[in-house]
Write a protein that binds this ligand. Structure first.
Ligand SMILES: NC(=O)c1ccc[n+]([C@@H]2O[C@H](COP(=O)([O-])OP(=O)(O)OC[C@H]3O[C@@H](n4cnc5c(N)ncnc54)[C@H](O)[C@@H]3O)[C@@H](O)[C@H]2O)c1
Length: 430
């Protein structure tokens, strides 16, 4: 995925300056700042943030967040592994300057590290661990009164999605923000293309094709000292209980656009096929390497979705939308047919826009809550995995109510079981 160039002139910066000036002039405008639950110490413009999951994405997300507002300070960090925390800490210390304010006693490791962050005085948490942990961390964050940025996907199974649906409602009641890392929703070109399509530029939508055809990803070698739990957590991409499999972990970006094109209304049913042909060794856990799923929406619109993680194959990441009067390519920001159009407006870095809008909402009291679509997209992706693993055609309600719970037997560094690889037609739907 390419990262467009940066735009530092965010509306958020203007909001902050306005607020700071008001504080300096009157000192009594805290009520209008909109930061829930004593997010400011009285008279202070500081927003304290914490990073939970200090890997590749989290370390960049912390930098994007820090740039969103002059008052931000990173004050706590948590990771499962001390080495991951240490390397992220070093990077952030170098990159953030005065915005880095993480004391040793605000660094936490282990499976319970996130709970210690929730007990600290941070205002905003960035949740960037592997997806398995998202439902429990989201629930704890909202219970503790924290605003949230959370990476996609937000669960790996239906019980996880049901938990997140509840947490999202709780956040609304408590006026807390939840911004999702489904980053294309924050890309200005994609937003404008979606608007054009919804305004009728390609007529009525007949069909949608979602492609996420890409190469292979990283792996961490096994060492003699590693327990099976440590090995799986370090190689989380290849274990369904941790990642959801790549249809959930990565293809969710495409499926989310399919959902968006259907006005965030979920599909009625789905069927599909998938398997593993190139990544067959035990180092690839129980993940598949390709999926093809047809999602049936009301009004006979279908999303035909394809995702593959294989080396040396033709790559394409694009959303093709076919309408009665033309076609759109969403990521290309273009339309052809009766109307021809190509987006030519500004393209700020969408990963930064996510944080600009999150913190602007916190400052103004107009809290963003992306919860409904992020959870529906997650369930849509899980549904795709379920139909491929079992070989069945399943309805949305069946998937939503599924009892399959991928929680491991324990959260300890011991030799947990190696999960089985699903066989379509044999693997049971639960
Ligand atoms: N929006 C995007 O474009 C985008 C891009 C990359 C990754 N992501 C998402 O971000 C998340 C993280 O991906 P990544 O590439 O940074 O992976 P990563 O492996 O680099 O980082 C994950 C970090 O979380 C830590 N961790 C694991 N379990 C934990 C736990 N229980 N508590 C605390 N820390 C824990 C790991 O040790 C690791 O440091 C995933 O959900 C992924 O799908 C999103």
């Amino acid at each position: 995925m390419s990262r467009p160039t940066t735009n530092n002139n965010s509306p958020n910066r203007r909001n902050f300056l306005g607020t700071s000036a008001a504080v300096a002039a009157g000192g009594a405008v805290l009520g209008s700042l909109g930061l829930a639950r004593s997010a400011h110490a009285a008279g202070s413009d500081i927003i304290k943030i914490a990073l939970i999951g200090c890997g590749g994405r989290g370390t960049v997300a912390a930098q994007d967040a820090a740039q969103a507002d002059p008052g931000i300070r990173l004050t706590a960090m948590a990771d499962l592994f001390p080495d991951r925390l240490a390397s992220s800490r070093k990077t952030l210390q170098d990159k953030l300057g005065e915005k880095y304010a993480v004391a040793d006693d605000h660094c936490f490791t282990g499976f319970n590290a996130y709970k210690q962050v929730m007990e600290s005085d941070v205002n905003v948490v960035l949740l960037t661990t592997p997806p398995h942990f998202r439902p429990m961390m989201l629930k704890a964050a909202i219970a503790a009164g924290k605003h949230v940025f959370c990476e996609k996907p937000v669960a790996v199974d239906a019980p996880g999605c049901r938990s997140v649906f509840e947490t999202v409602e709780e956040a609304k009641k408590k006026d807390l923000s939840i911004v999702s890392g489904l980053c294309w929703r924050y890309d200005l070109g994609v937003r404008e293309t979606m608007k054009k399509i919804k305004d009728g530029a390609i007529g009525e939508i007949l069909s949608i094709q979602e492609n996420y055809l890409t190469g292979t990803l990283w792996q961490v070698p096994r060492t003699p000292k590693m327990s099976e739990m440590e090995y799986q957590c370090r190689n989380w991409l290849y274990y369904t209980w941790l990642s959801g499999d790549h249809i959930v972990e990565q293809h969710i970006h495409s499926l989310d656009k399919g959902l968006w094109l259907n006005n965030d209304n979920p599909p009625v049913a789905a069927y599909g096929l998938g398997g593993r042909q190139a990544r067959t060794g035990p180092e690839y856990g129980n993940a598949y390497d390709h999926f093809a799923v047809v999602y049936e929406f009301p009004n006979n619109v279908k999303v035909h979705s394809y995702t593959r993680q294989m080396a040396k194959c033709w790559p394409e990441v694009e959303d093709h939308v076919i309408g009665t009067k033309g076609r759109a390519k969403v990521l290309d920001n273009s339309i052809t047919g009766e109307t021809s159009w190509k987006y030519s407006g500004p393209k700020p870095n969408m990963y930064k826009v996510e944080h600009d809008e999150l913190f602007a909402g916190i400052r103004s009291g107009k809290h963003l809550n992306n919860g409904t679509y992020m959870t529906r997209s997650t369930l849509m992706a899980i549904m795709g995995r379920m139909v491929c693993y079992t070989g069945k055609r399943l309805t949305w309600d069946e998937c939503l109510n599924s009892s399959e719970d991928l929680t491991p037997p324990t959260y300890e560094f011991v030799d947990i079981p190696v999960p089985e690889i699903a066989v379509p037609g044999e693997t049971k739907f639960a």
